[in-house]
Design a protein around this ligand. Structure first.
Ligand code: NDP
Ligand SMILES: CCCCC/C=C\CC(=O)/C=C/C=C/C=C/[C@@H](O)CCCC(=O)O
Length: 329
């Protein structure tokens, strides 16, 4: 008999999530039926979407949503061998039983030297978000100027590096001087701390006096309202996330986008990475290749211990992560 630890949503978040909104429980797992496998989480992901999606999709008492890299410890399913690693979407659980549906085996070409946690970050969902958002939504072209916010995070750090690979000038902003230094180190042409600049308008003009062709928006809110005025004619905005708004109890008011969109003939498109699930393999293969060639660098903010899942999640929402926030069990 295996006892799984799980984190449940005790109380729907009101404003910023608090440790007391979560409860750690124990569940006895039954023995395996034919076709099933037992897995143990090795790394778990904490992601911004958990905040708005919990509100929309979960009820109090549900196990927190989320993905993990997990090791198969027992298998009664011939398609999955004991010892193999998969990416699963099984929520905040230390152990779980699966029938194999929806599990993604780590690519067979995954090198021993590479942390398996990258399958939750640069070579996983966030990296794929950068890949499809930049190439398919922004339709970035060589020679263009790309702006990205939350640039030192899981998605943003990949966006900037892919834009450099694609022959663009890249401007990023982030919420600390250490993050800004990191952006310069990984090849961003310009970077600034949006929390300390005296004027966002001036910082955006200074970083690219001619404006921006592409804006990969992870943040929304005030930053985006200002950035839209810095777009070039026929610019493209990929609306990827709106983390500045996820914890709002009262929706923010405009400014509204219509006037700059008309004057500059902009295209603005929201997207969800799972729309490209049918091209997941292509994206992962490209990202893995660039990582192995050293063209895409990565950093991970690793929190130790399953018991620290809520702290890691809250820390990520507060901006305490450089690169991808993960929990190592
Ligand atoms: N559309 C899609 O399919 C997907 C969308 N996303 C979205 O992409 C965005 C980035 O996700 P991800 O890379 O995983 O997360 P990150 O690794 O970037 O972590 C979140 C970061 O957001 C920044 N942040 C937090 N609050 C604010 C705020 N009020 N204003 C500005 N920045 C803030 C912090 O960085 P800082 O120190 O710079 O403030 C923090 O580190 C999110 O909005 C997420 O929802 C992610 C995956 C898929
Ligand atoms: C309800 C309001 C929504 C507002 C926008 C919120 C968030 C955008 C965002 O961050 C979306 C992220 C989507 C992630 C999807 C992940 C799953 O498909 C799990 C993927 C598992 C994997 O294959 O790695």
């Amino acid at each position: 008999m295996v006892t799984a630890k799980v984190w449940v949503l005790k109380k729907h978040f009101q404003g910023f999530p608090k440790p007391s909104d979560f409860d750690l429980k124990k569940i006895e797992l039954p023995s395996l039926q034919h076709g099933e496998l037992l897995l143990e989480s090795v790394f778990l992901s904490v992601d911004p979407y958990m905040r708005p999606y919990s509100q929309r999709d979960m009820k109090e008492g549900d196990v927190m949503i989320g993905t993990q890299v997990a090791r198969i410890v027992e298998s009664k399913n011939p398609a999955f061998a004991v010892g193999a690693f998969v990416v699963a979407n099984s929520g905040w659980r230390s152990h779980f039983i699966s029938d194999g549906k929806g599990l993604h085996l780590l690519p067979s070409s995954w090198p021993e030297s590479l942390p398996k946690s990258l399958a939750l970050g640069t070579v996983g969902m966030p990296g794929l978000t950068a890949y499809f958002g930049l190439f398919e939504v922004c339709k970035m072209k060589p020679g263009e100027t790309v702006l990205v916010n939350a640039a030192a995070g899981a998605v943003g750090s990949v966006v900037g590096q892919l834009a450099k690979i694609g022959g663009c000038k890249v401007v990023g902003c982030a919420g600390s001087d250490d993050k800004v230094a990191y952006l310069k180190k990984i090849g961003f042409d310009e970077a600034f701390n949006y929390k300390t600049v005296t004027s966002l308008d001036e910082a955006l003009s200074k970083a690219s006096p001619d404006g921006y062709d592409c804006f990969f928006d992870n943040v929304g809110g005030e930053f985006s309202s200002i950035a839209i005025n810095h777009m070039k004619k026929h610019g493209r905005i990929a609306v990827c996330g709106a983390i500045s708004q996820y914890n709002d109890s009262v929706p923010q008011k405009g400014p509204y986008v219509q006037i700059p969109m008309i004057f500059k003939e902009l295209r603005m498109e929201g997207f969800i990475v799972s729309s490209w699930n049918n091209r997941r393999e292509e994206g992962q293969k490209a990202l893995l290749k660039w990582v192995l060639e050293g063209k895409v660098k990565f950093h991970e903010q690793v929190t130790e211990g399953f018991e620290n899942m809520p702290a890691a999640f809250i820390g990520m929402l507060r901006g305490e992560n450089l690169g991808k926030a993960v929990v190592k069990v």
